[in-house]
Design a protein around this ligand. Structure first.
Ligand code: F6P
Length: 551
């Protein structure tokens, strides 16, 4: 990462000045005076169109943002990423999710003696063969019937990616197969699914990079116990497979390594959907579609590697985000997919972005002197419109929005898709234009309200506008466009990490709570004497102990 602090970067200082200079300019006036704003500020890559014209930018601001990207060494860091350098310095790991989606004939990479490309292809071939057996019905359960239900047990990256992608590609799903996802240690999650499935036709995938994650291990053991209530241990192999980097852990759990699909420590959990963690996706949509998904991501990788920064979609998205985060004080970004099948996308991006860039020290361990990763949140656009869009339009914070829209539908219900797209485009227009007090006044007067009533309503019905958004468009939601979309955000997050000078690939912040939970669990279950916590934690433990033990 860049050695100097971001604050000291000359381009960063110039951007501060630029922010002050452009304070009075609105997007509404820019659109009025620049008729080719869309042509100027839109681009295409890997099957995606990005319209970034509704941002508080002009060519001068943009060139300063690219200057900042160059000063922070985005190009050099990008090269290190693809070259397999150990850029996850706190764990001494390479970060090679891009190698998972490279085609078979791609230049191979050697990492610590490992032929990365060959290993990736070998696992993909195993996933293909297994998925073909399950999908064709040749892989049968304990009583000879074909598999109907797949239960992926995993959490974090071993859950969010497969769940989001299975949902996004549900129009490509095998008609006999249903995928379920269990992540929560809360037994209500697993119990609800066990109540709906037949053990004899269910395949459990225990998905855990480490195979030590407490929630996953507890769910996996409970699922196995449930299975054994009606079946024998000899049948386990037909119903339990594992995806992990930990052969010993998988074997100790009782899954034969033959039924384990491996991946490697250079695949971060939140970047693992491209690895064997995508097994549920392969089973549901088939290997050809999974390969297309990888290829779509690879197209975006190539674009990210080859395009100049000024025409580089992930870099553009990243630098626009930096503009709002560091110069406009925006502490969150809202994601608004206008497609029901992308309903899990914001949740997926939360882990990708917030686990990567939710850091307050630099890669060198120095405290950051600027803000870093924002909060990522959102829901499908139409639902958000009727919930929190009020705050986005008229609230006191400036929250940039990423709209994601798909031009073609995979259903044939008349009218719906036009209504959906109309809403999406209307919202983006409304955020940009707003509605001035004079416009409100004219509307209300035309409706026949008396002047006093008009003036009373004007402040409430005025929209400040000038609220920025990106519009990401694709012709259809396909495996390839979905792959490109995810890779776009991965690289955006990477570039922002470089700008802020942080290690985007570790996640130490999740550890403390895990350790404390282990201790408290022991106290709650009587395995350890209650420790001295603070008075709040002590009281909560006492209440829960009483409820759990009935004493
Ligand atoms: O606790 C956070 C985390 O380590 C994530 O980074 C990871 O995706 C998740 O837990 C699950 O980890 P595993 O795949 O090892 O079970």
């Amino acid at each position: 990462m860049a050695a100097t602090s971001l604050n000291d970067s000359p381009a960063f200082q110039r951007l501060h000045a630029r922010h002050a200079e452009t304070r009075g300019t609105t997007m509404r006036t820019q659109f009025a005076s620049e008729p080719d704003r869309f042509q100027q500020f839109s681009m295409q890559a890997a099957g995606l169109t990005l319209d970034y014209s509704k941002n508080r930018i002009d060519t001068t601001t943009l060139s300063l943002l690219f200057e900042l990207a160059r000063e922070r060494g985005v190009e050099a860091h990008r090269n290190k990423l693809f070259a397999g350098e150990k850029i996850n310095t706190t764990e001494q790991r390479a970060v090679l999710h891009t190698a998972l989606r490279a085609p078979a004939d791609h230049d191979t990479l050697r990492l610590d003696g490992q032929d990365v490309g060959a290993d990736v292809q070998a696992v993909l071939m195993r996933m293909q063969a297994f998925s073909e057996q399950v999908r064709s019905g040749d892989w049968t359960g304990r009583d000879g019937r074909a598999i109907t239900d797949i239960v992926n047990i995993g959490i974090g990256g071993s859950y969010l990616g497969p769940k989001m992608v299975c949902q996004a590609l549900r129009s490509f799903a095998h008609s006999r197969l249903t995928c379920h996802f269990v992540s929560n240690v809360d037994g209500h999650d697993l119990a609800a699914i066990l109540g709906r499935i037949d053990p004899a036709t269910t395949l459990f995938i225990i998905a855990s990079k480490t195979f030590t994650t407490a929630e996953t291990m507890m769910n996996a053991h409970s699922a196995r116990n449930w299975f054994l209530q009606s079946g024998s241990a000899d049948d386990l192999a037909k119903h339990f497979v594992a995806v992990s980097t930990n052969v010993a852990g998988v074997t100790a759990f009782g899954i034969d390594p033959v039924n384990m699909f491996p991946f490697w420590d250079w695949v971060g959990g939140r970047y693992s959907i491209w690895s064997a963690i995508g097994l549920s996706v392969v089973l549901l949509v088939g290997f050809t579609n999974f390969r297309a998904f990888l290829d779509g991501a690879h197209q975006m990788d190539r674009h990210f590697q080859e395009a100049p920064l000024e025409r580089n979609m992930p870099v553009l998205l990243a630098m626009l985000g930096v503009w709002y985060r560091n110069f406009h004080g925006s502490s969150s970004v809202s994601i608004a997919p206008y497609h029901q099948d992308l309903s899990q996308f914001s949740g997926y991006l939360q882990q990708l972005d917030m686990e990567s860039n939710g850091k307050r020290v630099s890669a060198a361990g120095e405290p950051l002197t600027t803000a870093s990763g924002p909060v990522i949140w959102g829901d499908t656009g139409t639902n958000g419109q009727h919930a929190y869009f009020q705050l986005l339009h008229q609230g006191s914070d400036l929250i940039p929005i990423d709209f994601i829209a798909v031009l073609g539908a995979s259903h044939t219900l008349p009218g719906h898709h036009a209504a959906l797209l109309a809403n999406c485009f209307a919202q983006a227009e409304a955020f940009m234009r707003g509605k001035t007090a004079d416009e409100v006044r004219a509307d209300l007067t035309a409706q026949g309200l008396d002047p006093a009533a008009v003036e009373a309503l004007v402040p409430h019905k005025t929209f400040p506008g000038d609220r920025p958004s990106n519009m990401l468009l694709m012709d259809a939601l396909t495996p390839a466009t979905l792959g490109a979309l995810i890779a776009l955000y991965e690289h955006k997050v990477f570039v922002q990490g470089v700008i802020w000078g942080i290690n985007s690939f570790d996640q130490w912040g999740v550890e403390l709570g895990k350790v404390l939970a282990k201790n408290i669990e022991q106290e709650l279950t009587g395995m350890a004497k209650p420790e001295r916590h603070d008075s709040s934690t002590n009281a909560l433990i006492a209440l829960a102990s009483a409820a759990l033990t009935g004493k």
